[in-house]
Design a protein around this ligand. Sequence first.
Ligand SMILES: [Zn+2]
Length: 461
Amino acid sequence: METILKLTTFFLCAIVTAQQTDYKQDSTQLREIYTASLTNGKSYDWLDYLSNEIGGRLAGSEGDKKAVAWGKSELEKLGLDKVWLQPVTVPHWVRGEKEEAYIKTSTGEFKVAICALGSSIATSKEGVLAEVIEVQSVKEVEALGDKVKGKIVFYNRPMPADKIETMRAYGASVGQRYNGARVAGKYGAVGAIVRSMNLKLDNYPHTGTMSYGENTENEKIPTAAISTKGAELLSKLLKEETNQLRFYFKQSCQNLPDAQSYNVIGEIKGSEFPNEIMVVGGHLDSWDLGDGSHDDGAGIVQSMEVIRLFKELKIRPKRTLRVVLFANEENGLGGGKAYAAEAKKNNEKHIVGLESDSGGFTPRGFGFTCNDENFKHIQQWKSLFEPYNIHIFARGGGGADIGPLKKEDNVLLGLRPDSQRYFDFHHTAADVFEAVHKRELELGAATMTSIIYLFDKYGIK
Ligand SMILES: [Zn+2]
C-alpha cells in the first residue's frame, strides 16, 4: 500500500513538474533566442547610433531630446501594438566650462583632473583657493564641526577592494559623494572634493549626483569629484606639507529651470492575460562626460532587443510586454516615479519588472526581489540557462527605475553582468561605444529575453 502510495505521489509530482516547466520546448526556445541575438541582433547597431550620433544625454539637454525622438521612432519601426511618450518634468543642470583644479604647495602647482558633481553650484568666477582637510566620511566632518570652516573638505574614502560585486563597493562609498557637500557646507566649509567612485587608479574624474538637502543658500558649497590618481597625490602632498598646501578649483555649472522630457514606451498586448504587465527597461538619460554607452545605453538597447526578438521569433506574449526607456534616472529618478504614478492611477497590474542598468558586460545572471514562493518558482528555470553560463539566481536586485513598482506579490529583477570593470567607465568620459563588447551586449539581451519568455509562459505565483 505504501509503495503504491509512493508511486502515485511520484507520478502526480512528475505530472505537476511537467506542467510547470516544459524543459525540452523551453530549451529549444532559449536556443533560438540566443542564436537570433548573436547572429542577427540589433542591439549593437542601436548602441552605435545612440552613442555616436546622439552621445551624452543628461536630462533636459539637446541629447536627451534627440534620444527620446530616436527611441520612439525605432520602437515604431518594430510594429508593436502601441508606442507612446509619457511626459516627465526633469531637472536641468549644465556643466558649463571645463573645470580647472590644482594643488598648490611650496614647490609648485600640480594640476589634477576634477569634474563638477551633478546639481552642484559653481565656484565664483575666480575659483576657490583654500586649505584642505582630508576626511574619510561625513561622520568625521560632523565630529570636526567648526574646524572645517573656511576650508575645502576632501573626502578620500576609497571603494573597498575586498567586495566581489563592485556595486556593493560603490554602495559602501557613494554616500560621501551624495552628502559630502551638504554636511561640509553646514559647518562653513567653502568647497567639497570627493574621491572618484573608481576601484582603479587613473586620471578620469567620475561625476554623479549630489544633494544639498535642506541647506540654506549660504550653506550651499561647490563640489567636485577628483580622479583617483589626483586623490592619491593630494593625500600624499597633504602629509608632506601640513601648513602650506592649498587646493584650487573653478567650475561654472548651473541649475536651470526644470525641463520637459519623456518616458518612451512600447507595448505588445498580451493575448490571454492583457492585464498582467511585464516591464523591461533601462534609462535613456546619461551623464554628459561620455556617451553613456554602458550607463545605460546598453540597458536601453537590450530592453529594445527583448521586444524586437519577441516580434522576430513570432512569440506572441500571453501577458502584456512593455519596454520602457526611462527618463532622468541619473539626477532625479523622475521617469521611474512618473511611470509608477501613472500605473497606480490606471490601476495597472505589473507582475514583473526587469531592468538592465549595470553595464553591458558578460551576463552572469539575475538578482530578484520577490517573495519566497516566487523565488522558488523562478529557481526551476535556472538549469535552462546553464548552456549560456548564466548561473547567478540570487536574492536582491531590480533597478532604480522599476523600484517604485514594487508590490508585495510581484517580481522585480535586475540583469547581473560581470561587474569587475564597470567602475572603469561609470559616469566618466571613458564610457563610450568602444567600451562595450558586441557579444557581451548581445548575450545580455538574449538572457533578458529568455527570462521574460519564461515569465510570460508560466506567470508568477
Ligand atoms: Zn545607470
